[in-house]
Design a protein around this ligand. Structure first.
Ligand SMILES: Nc1nc2c(ncn2[C@@H]2O[C@H](COP(=O)(O)OP(=O)(O)O)[C@@H](O)[C@H]2O)c(=O)[nH]1
Ligand SMILES: [Mg+2]
Length: 437
């Protein structure tokens, strides 16, 4: 069977919009455009207004702008056509139908345009994954994190490490035929020192991975405290909607409620939890409390709410806890310790003070994270494997075994950028893409 390597897809979202974008990529793309436009000629990189006709019936489908990119000077590295049509469901459907009449073109798989770009060496895998992250980005910090890698920041770093290894490896391989006493001892020593330096550089780099995870997955905030202190009230106020039920009946919030929001450009996942009523004998309430404590233990920041001095449990307060003394609209001036913020969620008194402390804490947790290049768990795994091989290589006195471990170490780094890849890895990466990218 002949493989069809010209692909097409709608690259913008399906639905009503100002403009919809179709992409066609592969050797047949120019001919398809030529046929759709009833024989019009297109110069590379020049956008042209054209009518689009059905290739069989010659019925007018839409008037649109079209551009032809001559490969390799295109996103995919192949000859590529882009059509900017009216953003109408009927137009989109009719163009899909029209394109499906071309025997030498087929509908693209998820991420297949980007896969072509990778296979044509237009992008490496760190850039490919950064593009997927950029498309998924919802906050300013996620955008920044992804963008630096789309521009090749990670590629530069990992390629430089791999080059260092390849140089040492080349020397080892060239020395395999030497006898032990012919080996210049100082070179072996220098190489081993360079490898040790590289290990500590990689170890330092791995430490930054948690920052990237915070940006990508979001910072976890838990609201905890006894029943009825106002936890659900502050949860609703922070997220800006009445998601949690507020009532003066203790034990109203039995299960945890979650919401995600953008605070000053950072993704924050906030949980309202069941009141910590240690005296309860109610089975479901007990379960809720266990869950609340579990959420609190995993949180990056805790908002611990109280409404009475005597009920404060010092054990619940650590460096990541903001303690709020709520309902001050009802109470006389209390002499509170400095680290406890008096507040009224109901009247809004001292809200700004709380908000400033809260957002400062968020920012301090996220600081500098946007410069991080280690954005995927798979890089971390490969780098840890690389370190293991390097450690063996340093210890190894037999030169051929040293070389073998260096090769394995450099292949681990090569797998990050895609210099070394296997199809399963590509399938895994590209299946997370949307259609048309
Ligand atoms: N006077 C006053 N009442 C509040 C304040 N915040 C919450 N409440 C009330 O306290 C009760 C319990 O609130 P809720 O948010 O459900 O507390 P939770 O059990 O900790 O989630 C409700 O009747 C709220 O209206 C406040 O700042 N001042
Ligand atoms: Mg509640």
């Amino acid at each position: 069977m002949k493989t069809i390597n010209t692909i097409f897809a709608l690259s913008s979202a399906y639905g009503k919009a100002g403009v919809s974008v179709f992409r066609i990529s592969g050797p047949a793309s120019y001919d398809i455009l030529n046929k759709l436009s009833n024989g019009k000629k297109f110069l590379p990189n020049v956008v042209k207004f054209t009518n689009i006709y059905h290739p069989k019936t010659n019925v007018l489908l839409d008037s649109c702008m079209a551009v032809f990119f001559k490969g390799p000077a295109s996103y995919t590295g192949e000859d590529t056509v882009e059509l900017y049509t009216h953003g109408s469901i009927a137009v989109i459907d009719s163009i899909y139908e029209a394109l499906s009449n071309f025997k030498d073109a087929r509908i693209a798989e998820k991420g297949e345009f980007t896969k072509q770009a990778f296979l044509n060496n237009k992008l490496d895998l760190t850039q490919v994954e950064a593009i997927a992250d950029l498309i998924d980005a919802e906050t300013e910090s996620q955008r920044k994190l992804a963008l630096s890698n789309t521009n090749g920041e990670a590629s530069k770093l990992y390629n430089s490490w791999r080059e260092k290894l390849v140089k040492i490896l080349a020397w080892c391989e060239a020395s395999i035929d030497f006898s032990d006493d012919e080996m210049p001892k100082d070179v072996v020593e220098k190489n081993d020192n360079d490898l040790k330096k590289l290990i500590s550089e990689i170890e330092k780099h791995i430490e930054t991975s948690s920052s990237a995870q915070l940006i990508k997955q979001g910072l976890k905030v838990a609201i905890i405290g006894k029943p009825n202190v106002g936890k659900s009230s502050i949860f609703n106020k922070i997220i800006g909607e009445n998601k949690a039920i507020v009532s003066n009946i203790a034990g109203t919030t039995r299960d945890a409620l979650d919401a995600s929001l953008d605070i000053d450009g950072f993704k924050v996942n906030i949980s309202d939890t069941a009141g910590l009523n240690e005296k309860t004998s109610d089975k479901i309430e007990k379960k809720g409390i266990k869950k609340a404590l579990d959420i609190a233990s995993k949180a990056d920041i805790k908002i611990y709410m109280v409404d009475g001095i005597r009920s404060i449990d010092e054990k619940k307060i650590d460096g990541d806890t903001i303690v709020l003394f709520n309902k001050i609209d009802k109470k006389q001036n209390q002499n509170l310790p400095k680290n406890i913020i008096p507040i009224s969620v109901k009247t809004g008194e001292n809200w700004n003070k709380f908000w400033n402390i809260f957002t400062k804490k968020i920012k301090s947790k996220m600081q500098n994270s946007c410069d991080v290049t280690l954005t995927q768990q798979r890089y971390k795994n490969a780098l840890n494997n690389c370190i293991e091989f390097l450690k063996i290589a340093i210890k190894e006195s037999q030169i051929d075994l040293k070389a073998e471990n260096l090769r394995l170490a450099s292949d681990e780094i090569g797998s990050i950028t895609g210099k070394i890849y296997f199809n399963e890895l590509l399938d895994n990466i590209f299946s997370s893409f949307c259609l048309g990218k």
